[in-house]
Design a protein. Structure first.
Length: 125
């Protein structure tokens, strides 16, 4: 997924504000699943939700207003109730800006853990 950096993404120094990377990662995960035919919205209607249980980000280089970032997203591990996403964010010069690991847990509408539906596991395995 590519993200063009606009002024609203930056702090007073013109550097991407660190918390905005969480938004970029969320969008990248959603696009990753959508490209595989998995709709987060439809799953939620059916009572299957994914919540972030852990987020790690290592910031390597700053990104600036006007940059275009590319987010490479992959699933590094799947368990019956958990997905681990690894993401690498690079700038237009292919330099690593950040690396992230996100752990998602599958839950029901009451936010209790539940098994990831078999169809989803098959698609993303």
């Amino acid at each position: 997924m590519k993200v063009k950096i606009y002024y609203h993404h930056t702090d007073c120094g013109g550097v991407v504000y660190y918390a905005n990377y969480l938004k970029f990662l969320e969008e990248a995960r959603t696009e990753f699943l959508a490209q595989r035919g998995i709709s987060i919205g439809e799953l939620a209607k059916e009572g299957t939700l994914f919540v972030v249980s852990r987020q790690e980000i290592d910031y390597k280089l700053p990104a600036f207003y006007g940059d275009t970032l590319e987010i490479d997203t992959r699933i590094s591990d799947i368990s019956p109730v958990r997905l681990i996403f690894d993401c690498e964010i690079k700038n237009q010069n292919k330099q690593a800006v950040a690396k992230a690991k996100t752990i998602l847990v599958c839950v029901d509408k009451t936010l209790r853990p539940k098994a990831i539906p078999k169809g989803i596991q098959e698609i993303i395995s």
